[in-house]
Ligand binder design. Structure first.
Ligand code: NAD
Ligand code: MG
Length: 401
């Protein structure tokens, strides 16, 4: 039996992961579940999956959950912990085999790193942790023989399209030279373009959080939905791909592909382009990473290519999607620039969701924060966390100015 810890089990990725686990009860056990505050959802998950341990980061929520679990004979054995240290402990728990890192934002950094340092198989959905701490994270994976498998659908598709000799230990490619030697010329990172691909710049000023969260192809949490609408999500994914596959900014090309059927491609020096296709359903990359190197049923319907009929592609417009340009710039600047970009974006997206700023202010706040804080070499976690804190202070000031 493989014990899985699902960090962020009440979210969109967490729920899809449990759906996959429920289809393979003889192979996987939902050993640990974690959430921030959603007592109702995690209680239902406890009843259905009977985990050994549960973490609610919020103390009051942990207390409420514990009372409810105790009152039910079927769930009274479940151990409840609270606080963020408990998340890191679960990620490093000796009885845990796989860690699904599906917390949203920088809040997932420490637990993702704890999983890497404990040599786990890490199913990485929390792209923000990699964006913040790229080199340190990849080094922790290597030093501790962890296996890192991407859950983000694009990166999972790239992983599946990479030469087998480069992916035997998971996504941990030694050098850019290894890519060249294996004949990889370019990574083609596809993007749907989000819900506002055809809106005029003027119309964008007035969009509401609900409009921004109504993604045409994917159902996701609210933060990543807004990131998809600004295309910061694609920017974060460019940085994520650079870390996972040891690729430079120039090696990665964003391709707008509105159908979201091709999840990404790798182009080779002999003229071949390998792609992974499928219905837009996160259970495919989740099942892929859980079964890897084998395959298993995910519950996702087969792709009906006749129904798809057409696949369209267009260049990404960097003037319109400023966040994408800022992310490329941050990747090229290196050091703490990606962490600053990420922190400012998290603050600005939250302010937009709270209706404190307009949609079009998000990019400006990220840009101004990057201008005000210079990037430093990201040689330690402390340096990264200081940059994160400083960027949040500046971005918060800009949101309220
Ligand atoms: P979500 O908002 O639906 O869920 C977030 C989860 O994190 C919840 O379980 C919540 O309780 C937990 N959480 C939130 N704040 C926390 C905190 N401070 N401490 C501890 N736990 C906290 O988000 P999601 O859409 O499932 O996305 C999760 C991650 O996966 C993100 O990094 C996102 O970019 C990535 N991702 C998501 C999708 C998708 O389809 N949803 C696709 C690719 C990548
Ligand atoms: Mg993605």
């Amino acid at each position: 039996m493989i014990n899985v810890a699902i960090l962020g089990s009440t979210g969109s990725i967490g729920t899809s992961t449990l759906d996959v686990i429920a289809r393979q009860p003889e192979r996987f056990c939902a050993y640990a579940l974690t959430a921030n505050k959603n007592v109702e959802r995690i209680y239902e998950q406890c009843v259905q999956f009977s985990p050994v341990k549960v973490v609610m980061v919020d103390e009051a929520s942990a207390h409420t959950l514990e009372q409810r679990l105790k009152a039910n004979a079927q769930t009274s054995h479940i151990q409840v912990f609270s606080g963020s240290q408990a998340l890191d402990d679960i990620a490093a728990d000796k009885d845990v085999d796989y860690v699904m890192a599906a917390i949203v934002g920088a809040a997932g950094l420490n637990s993702s790193l704890a999983a890497a340092r404990s040599g786990k198989r890490i199913l990485l959905a929390n792209k923000e942790s990699l964006v913040m701490s790229g080199d340190l994270f990849m080094q922790a994976v290597k030093d501790n023989d962890a296996i890192l498998l991407p859950i983000d659908s694009e990166h999972n598709a790239i992983f599946q399209s990479m030469p087998e000799q480069l992916t035997r230990n998971g996504a941990s490619i030694d050098s850019g030279n290894a890519l060249l030697l294996a004949g990889v010329e370019k990574i083609l990172l596809t993007a749907s373009g989000g819900p506002f691909l055809s809106k005029t710049l003027d119309e964008l000023h007035h969009v509401t959080p609900d409009q921004a969260c109504a993604h045409p192809n994917w159902e996701m949490g609210r933060k990543i939905s807004v990131d998809s609408a600004t295309m910061m999500n694609k920017g974060l994914e460019v940085i994520e791909a650079s870390c996972l596959f040891n690729a430079t900014a120039d090696d990665i090309q964003v391709v707008i592909h509105p159908q979201s059927v091709i999840h990404s491609m790798v182009s080779y020096n002999d003229g071949s382009v390998l792609a992974q296709l499928g219905n837009p359903d996160m259970r495919t990359p989740i099942a892929h990473a859980m079964a890897w190197p084998e395959r298993m049923n995910s519950g996702v319907a087969q792709l009906d290519i006749f129904k798809v009929a057409q696949l369209n592609f267009q260049q990404a417009d960097f003037e319109r999607f400023v966040c994408l340009r800022l992310a490329y710039d941050a990747l090229r600047a290196g050091g703490t620039a990606p962490a600053i970009l990420n922190a400012a974006n998290e603050v600005a997206v939250e302010a937009f969701l709270q209706e404190q700023i307009s949609f079009t202010r998000i990019a400006g706040i990220v840009e101004q924060t990057l201008e005000q804080l210079s990037s430093e070499a990201a040689t330690s976690l402390d340096i990264i966390l200081v940059a994160d804190t400083q960027a949040r202070i500046i971005a918060t000031g800009l949101c309220t100015a």
